[in-house]
Design a binder for this molecule. Structure first.
Ligand SMILES: [Fe+2]
Length: 489
């Protein structure tokens, strides 16, 4: 029996579950649309063992579990497995935690030496018939999409040189290429960034390295039709601090942000650096596109400080979410010769987990969806996740002048990140599939998958699926259609 600290990271909705299961024939209320035929893969961090040292960042090091919610002919099943990372296997063999602070191997137990520290807990990525489970501090793990069996650490057939690979990859909707990068590509505190392209058949065809202005947490990035953008915000790592047993990340309010811009098939020597505002932070980006007038429009969930409480603590900061200046920001990047600055306009409310239809990636787009807090909410938000509060309102943002749509949840309910499922019907906006948690008591939760018409949020869910198992908060998900799954390698 493992006893976890009775802190917000390990209690309530965040209580570790660690149960692997297969549940068939789940109870469905309403009718599942014919378009929703396939699997909703979800990455769920869930620590198998309690941390052996105090570390607020440990919540980000929880073992990755892969959840598969499968829709087939109107029936739904659910399965959950640990990703059998080298780290998870080593700790299971030891019977206790071996790894210390978040991204600090100098705090590990001696038995952890030489073991890959990544936990594959952030994003399921589907590309070229393969399912990868990614986390930014290492290479991804490949998982069998049918059985959820872990197939091992994945280096694209021995071709990837980078030691790290982002959890936020971008797939070009026309070419089918997968664009990825890794930061701290050759070790702790390094400024080396790898940028690599995988063709539509899954072959890594190009990898280049460049130096960032400083070592920073680079959680996400964006592509356009012709460019790739590498945004850098001042949550920074200092190798000496890490070696001394300190925190990996400290947020520096006095340091500038930057965006590196280069032709996406170009050479890293063509990188142009644009200076952004000081102290800002962003985890997730909605999209970027070229406006036809010599600008790149880059849309992101931005705030004036890093949102993670443990990073603020390590930085001597204590800024509440409502005081952090959160907004959906559009950064206008002028490609004209000699230009090096960024202009910002606010295009949406505070929030996170922004998504767009996959066929608009890097292209002009009319709408997207994101999670936010209901400004008229009754009662407190559900406590949970790494930031400590879960979102309770889903938005459909429209950039063509149509009103914003919202689906607020009743009190004591919260959303996990939805996925968008396109419709086969021309002119239909498709569906959103998401996990909704309901708190019935301090330690009592119920969970349902909701299917929502993507252009008619106000109608509420067209179908709800009961999941008779406790679910820990998910990070990201990925929709894989039945046709894609049938072509799995
Ligand atoms: Fe993320």
């Amino acid at each position: 029996m493992t006893y976890f600290p009775q802190t917000p990271d390990y209690t309530g909705l965040n209580t570790p579950i660690g149960v692997e299961y297969d549940l068939a024939d789940l109870t469905v209320h309403g009718t599942i649309p014919a378009d929703v035929e396939g699997t909703f893969f979800r990455a769920v961090p869930d620590p198998a063992f309690a941390p052996f040292m105090e570390d607020g960042g440990a919540i980000l090091s929880a073992d990755g579990m892969i959840s598969a919610i499968r829709f087939a002919g109107g029936t739904v099943s659910a399965a959950m497995r640990f990703v059998q990372t080298a780290r998870h296997k080593a700790e299971m063999a030891a019977g206790h935690a071996l790894f210390g602070k978040y991204r600090n191997p100098y705090t590990d137990k001696p038995e952890a030496a030489g073991v890959d520290r990544t936990v594959a807990n952030t994003t399921p990525i589907w590309h070229a018939g393969r399912l990868l489970l990614a986390k930014e501090d290492g290479r991804p793990y490949r998982v069998d999409p049918r059985t959820l069996e872990t197939l091992g650490s994945y280096d694209f057939g021995g071709k990837l040189k980078s030691e790290t690979s982002t959890a936020h990859a971008r797939i070009d909707p026309v070419s089918g290429e997968l664009f990825m990068f890794g930061y701290e590509a050759d070790g702790l505190g390094s400024t080396k960034i790898s940028y690599f392209i995988i063709d539509s058949q899954g072959n890594l065809v190009r990898e280049q390295w460049f130096d960032a202005p400083y070592c920073a947490m680079m959680h996400d990035f964006v592509i356009t039709e012709n460019y790739v953008l590498f945004p850098i915000y001042p949550t920074t790592c200092d190798a000496e601090r890490v070696k001394a047993g300190g925190d990996h990340w400290v947020h520096d309010m006095e340091r500038e942000s930057w965006v590196g811009v280069m032709p996406r098939y170009g050479d890293v020597s063509e990188m142009r650096w644009y200076k952004g505002p000081k102290g800002v932070s962003c985890y997730h980006m909605l999209n970027a596109h070229e406006d036809g007038a010599g600008n790149i429009l880059f849309d992101q969930c931005l705030s004036n400080v890093n949102a993670f409480p443990f990073i603020q603590k390590a930085s001597g900061l204590n800024i509440a979410p409502q005081d952090s200046g959160g907004r959906l920001a559009r950064w206008i990047i002028n490609l004209a010769e000699g230009a090096d600055s960024i202009t910002e306009v606010v295009i949406g409310p505070p929030g996170d987990f922004p998504i767009i239809p996959a066929d608009r990636q890097g292209r002009p787009f009319s709408h997207g969806w994101m999670l936010t807090m209901n400004p008229d909410m009754q009662g407190p938000p559900v406590a949970g996740g790494p930031v400590g509060a879960m979102f309770n309102m889903l938005l459909r943002l429209d950039f063509t002048g149509q009103p914003v749509q919202a689906l607020p949840l009743p009190p004591a309910h919260c959303y996990n990140e939805p996925v968008h499922v396109p419709s086969a019907q021309t002119g239909h906006d498709g569906w959103l599939v998401t996990l909704v948690d309901r708190q019935d008591g301090p330690d009592a939760f119920a969970h349902e998958i909701w299917i929502i018409e993507a252009s008619a949020l106000g109608k509420g869910p067209v179908a709800r699926v009961e999941i008779p198992q406790r679910m820990r908060p998910q990070v990201h998900g990925w929709w894989v259609s039945a046709a894609q799954l049938a072509a799995a390698l």
